[in-house]
Design a binder for this molecule. Structure first.
Ligand code: SF4
Length: 92
């Protein structure tokens, strides 16, 4: 699964546990008027690397899915799970 999709799923409210505030993904969405050359999620992705801001990721096949992410294989292996869990915090 795409790392940003995983972060979005982690940020959704739960019906089964009460939270003091809503989970949020840090940062702001990229402006369409000032789109840069890199991944559109680079400013908010909890596992972004330096190249994410400058190089658009090419689509790669990961199992039955096609994912445009420089770290798609690491994400699919679960290598980024701890970082993704830290990337979603609570609303202040
Ligand atoms: S390419 Fe980089 S910024 Fe974009 S989703 Fe993948 S890791 Fe995150």
């Amino acid at each position: 699964m795409h790392p940003y999709t995983r972060a979005l799923l982690a940020a959704r409210p739960s019906l089964h546990r009460r939270l003091p505030s809503l989970p949020v993904i840090a940062g702001s969405p990229r402006s369409a008027a000032h789109a840069g050359p890199g991944c559109p999620y680079a400013a908010r992705c909890p596992v972004a690397e330096t190249r994410c801001a400058t190089e658009a990721p090419a689509p790669v096949a990961v199992g039955p899915a096609v994912v445009s992410c420089h770290r798609a294989y690491e994400s699919a292996r679960g290598d980024l799970d701890a970082h993704l869990a830290k990337g979603v915090g609570e609303d202040a």
